[in-house]
Design a protein around this ligand. Structure first.
Ligand SMILES: Cc1cc2nc3c(=O)[nH]c(=O)nc-3n(C[C@H](O)[C@H](O)[C@H](O)COP(=O)(O)OP(=O)(O)OC[C@H]3O[C@@H](n4cnc5c(N)ncnc54)[C@H](O)[C@@H]3O)c2cc1C
Length: 407
């Protein structure tokens, strides 16, 4: 007999799950409830769409065959989960029954405490609809301010700048991408972005918002400076969407609490993606979510397999022409190898402890990044590779081979 699999949220985690289920032998009838008009697109590429470097049509993650695996209720918001009756109630009154339920509701922006309710022009950058709206608003001499100099903020700022907004980034920390880069790397990145037309105000944040006729017109910063502003984009971190699960009585902490097989404490109810939490860890990158999806697909099909494993997930910035790659930890007390070429806007730092690579920060040249992430993950002994390590796998191995021959 067919079994009803219901998924709430039509984002990237759901796309990965459907990909993992696709082509496998199963008797599932799958329904996906998604509150966006667009389903299962590659959110990672939104900044490229905003920058005009990619088109929305190329963001589809499913393809016709995989999309056929499920019935999509697009533009529909799930408002209540009834675990007793095994059904989900949606805005508008639709009820959908399930045998197995996956919650994949993603996250929302962690908004700073600003007194700005009812003021238009204050937005997040999370969806294709946000991207379309920003493109429709764009005009020369309009001012956009992005709050947050992390990965998402910088990508949003780059896209807005390419759309013609005069764009400024505000960042509370004194250097950009402070979670992934050290001061020198952050400053190098800033200089490169400034050459591309972005402006920065670091070590400060918004004190108050000015408006006229209900629309934002400007900002006062904590530094006392006033900035004109027609569009304020908040990229101030993410908060997992746990409300729906918590409302049903499922255990929630920062995210919806699941074990390493994506199971909540209620049988046949799972959570996956940015809304989930495993041990103390929540997720904000696609790579671990893809792994979660593979584990959950096996769980749903009652197949055996490895559970989800925590690991170091590298970060990349996707601003065309600017290479950024960061993996592992940048521990100042460990051994360091640097490569600095300010003229070419390159800064590379490798961090080594006990002959193991533990961290890499690459700005302006990410050659070797994936390899470094593997070395970090596998805790490989790099003693023989050390002399060429900074120049990537091929050079490092060639130098190691030459040294071996000479010995
Ligand atoms: C602009 C941008 C750039 C990014 N760049 C990168 C990158 O370079 N690399 C990287 O690894 N990650 C990147 N990310 C993060 C990545 O997109 C997310 O980690 C990933 O999309 C998370 O997948 P998810 O399915 O958990 O959440 P989402 O993809 O956000 O999907 C959740 C979906 O659930 C819907 N939903 C929520 N509540 C309900 C409800 N009650 N009823 C119905 N639907 C609901 C949401 O509207 C959303 O459509 C980026 C994110 C953004 C926004």
């Amino acid at each position: 007999m067919a079994s009803k699999l219901l998924i709430i949220g039509a984002g990237m985690a759901t796309a990965c799950l459907l990909q993992s289920l696709s082509g496998r032998d199963h008797n599932l009838v799958i329904t996906v409830i998604g509150d966006e008009r667009d389903c299962c697109y590659n959110r990672v590429m939104l900044s490229s769409v905003l920058a005009g470097e990619e088109t929305p049509e190329n963001l589809d993650m499913l393809g016709a065959a995989c999309a056929k695996e499920a019935k999509f209720l697009a533009g529909t918001r799930a408002s209540h989960i009834d675990l007793e009756k095994k059904q989900v109630l949606c805005d508008g009154g639709t009820t959908v029954a399930f045998d197995q339920l996956v919650i994949a509701t993603g996250s929302q922006v962690a908004r700073p405490p600003l007194d700005c309710s009812g003021i238009e022009g204050i937005r997040e950058f999370r969806s294709l609809q946000d991207t379309r709206d920003f493109q429709a608003m764009a005009a020369k001499n309009k001012h956009a301010v992005v709050v947050g100099g992390g990965l998402l903020g910088l990508e949003a700022a780059h896209g807005l700048n390419k759309q013609g907004f005069v764009t400024t980034v505000l960042h509370r920390n004194t250097h950009l991408m402070n979670r992934q880069l050290d001061v020198e790397g952050g400053k190098q990145l800033q200089r490169t972005l400034e050459r591309g037309g972005l402006s920065f105000r670091l070590g400060t944040s918004v004190a108050s918002v000015q408006s006229a006729r209900g629309h934002i017109t400007g900002l006062e910063l904590q530094s006392g400076e006033a900035l004109p502003c027609d569009l304020l984009v908040l990229a101030t971190g993410i908060l997992p969407n746990t409300q729906l699960a918590a409302g049903a009585g499922l255990a929630s902490d920062r995210g919806i609490v699941v074990d390493n097989r994506m199971r909540t404490e209620v049988a046949d109810v799972y959570a996956i993606g940015e809304c989930s939490q495993i041990d103390q860890q929540c997720f904000g990158l696609v790579a671990p979510i893809r792994e979660q999806a593979a584990v959950l697909a096996r769980e749903i099909l009652r197949q055996r397999g490895e559970p989800f494993q925590q690991q170091e997930w590298p970060t990349q910035l996707k601003i065309s022409g600017i290479d950024i790659y960061s993996a592992g930890e940048l521990d100042d007390s460990a051994e360091q190898i640097f490569l600095r070429d300010p003229g070419a806007a390159i800064y590379r730092r490798l961090v080594i402890r006990d002959n193991r690579l533990i961290g890499a920060a690459l700005v302006g040249d990410k050659n070797g990044g994936t390899w470094y992430a593997e070395l970090i993950q596998n805790k490989q002994d790099i003693a023989d590779l050390r002399s060429g390590l900074m120049f990537g796998r091929n050079v490092a191995q060639a130098m190691a081979n030459a040294a071996q021959k000479a010995a």
